[in-house]
Design a protein. Structure first.
Length: 141
């Protein structure tokens, strides 16, 4: 019985020391629930960064930046330094900017505007452009 106690004492001491050596170096972890908005903001930020990197990688954008005196690599580094919220806001602004290829609608609008102005002045009797308009006599003062 004595030999069993002596053996159990040494085995329990070994088990205790080995358990403490496993537990002591590790700190306890504190976990918190990550909100859905936080997870979505991170995903939106990554998508916006990829979009802006694609825009900055285009040759015409790099030429425009160089023409303005901005180094394209510096612009990329600055985009990398932005927070997720700032990147999302910048990507939205870039997407909302006009593309510059909308000249046809501007020409059509200008033509309609000129037509309406000439039509109104023709109706009022100031011009004689359209033969199909009934002219009202203009009162002379």
């Amino acid at each position: 019985m004595r030999t069993i106690r002596r053996l159990a004492k040494s085995v329990s001491l070994f088990v205790t020391v080995s358990m403490l050596s496993l537990v002591v170096p590790y700190q306890s972890c504190l976990a918190a629930v990550i909100g859905t908005e936080t997870a979505l903001d991170v995903a939106r930020g990554q998508e916006a960064r990829q979009y802006l990197e694609g825009v900055l990688a285009r040759e015409d954008v790099q030429k425009a930046l160089t023409a303005q005196g901005i180094d394209p690599k510096e612009a990329e580094r600055r985009v990398e330094g932005l927070s997720n919220t700032e990147v999302v806001r910048l990507a939205k602004k870039v997407e909302e900017l006009p593309a510059g290829g909308d000249a046809l609608s501007a020409i059509i609008f200008a033509g309609l505007f000129v037509f309406v102005v000439l039509l109104v002045t023709d109706i009022l009797g100031y011009t004689d452009v359209f033969p199909f308009v009934k002219k009202h006599a203009r009162k002379k003062s």
